[in-house]
Write a protein that binds this ligand. Structure first.
Ligand code: ADP
Ligand code: MG
Length: 230
């Protein structure tokens, strides 16, 4: 469902991604694991058609990021890294707006479903600006899921959350991952162990490991990751 072929991205002199290739199939939760600056967000922005690569090609559900931008976006639910939300909008108002942009027919019904799914019910009458980080993240997740996309791309979905919020969000991602392809990024090893079926470790724009979690002992993965970050 996601196919990445020899993607390179340079920002001026700097190579943020260096000839990255991998593919992800249905029902997999894949963790893109790497230290800050590794290139995780850059890869996600390319897949969601926000920036073009310098070289290479990628397909989402068979649609090229160059030729079928609209189709790519329709198939993807995206939670960006800093989850830019409209702080002055009410939760319901924002989600209805997001549903409208995606052309959803049963707008109201779908928004209520997403509010229930992401545990937003007690906060649903508030403005987004009044919510804690964890609840803002839930709004971001509800927005990403609203058009029932086949592919979920989540950029550091659990960074900075307290333990209760963390467990809730992890559960939503695990549940959705049974029905969709999920590509999530994190710089925290435990997040990959807790949620993912497969880990792709990326460093300085290059893939240094690509293994299923069950194949690779957690210990070996941790050691490999610590080598990178120490
Ligand atoms: P990660 O998400 O893994 O922390 P990023 O993809 O954000 O990494 O960044 C990869 C590298 O590209 C970093 O060195 C970063 O400084 C650089 N970079 C990212 N965005 C830009 C940009 N718009 N202009 C110049 N350099 C950038
Ligand atoms: Mg990032």
């Amino acid at each position: 469902m996601i196919e990445i072929k020899n993607i390179t991205k340079t920002y001026g002199e700097q190579k943020a991604l260096d000839n990255i290739s991998f593919s992800v199939n249905g029902g997999e939760i894949v963790g893109l694991l790497g230290p800050n600056g590794a290139g995780k967000s850059t890869l996600m922005k390319i897949l969601t058609c926000f920036i073009p690569p310098t070289h290479g090609e990628a397909f989402v559900c068979g649609n090229s990021i160059y030729d079928n931008t609209m189709a790519v976006r329709r198939h993807i639910g995206y939670l960006p890294e800093h989850n830019p939300l409209y702080l002055d909008m009410y939760v319901r108002e924002f989600l209805r707006f997001a549903a409208g942009l995606s052309g959803i027919k049963n707008n109201r019904e779908r928004v209520e479903e997403m509010i229930a799914l992401t545990g937003l019910t007690p906060e649903a009458n508030k403005k987004i600006g009044q919510l804690s980080k964890g609840y803002r993240q839930r709004v971001g997740l509800a927005q990403a899921l609203i058009h029932d996309p086949q592919v979920l791309i989540l950029d550091e979905p659990t960074t900075g959350l307290d333990p209760n919020q963390l467990e809730f969000i992890r559960n939503v991602i695990r549940t959705e991952g049974k029905k969709k392809v999920v590509l999530l990024s994190t710089h925290i090893m435990q997040e990959v162990e807790a949620m993912c079926d497969r880990a792709i470790i990326i460093d300085h724009g290059k893939i240094v490991a690509d293994e299923s979690i069950s194949n690779l002992s957690a210990l070996a993965l941790t050691e490999q990751f610590h080598k990178l970050t120490s």
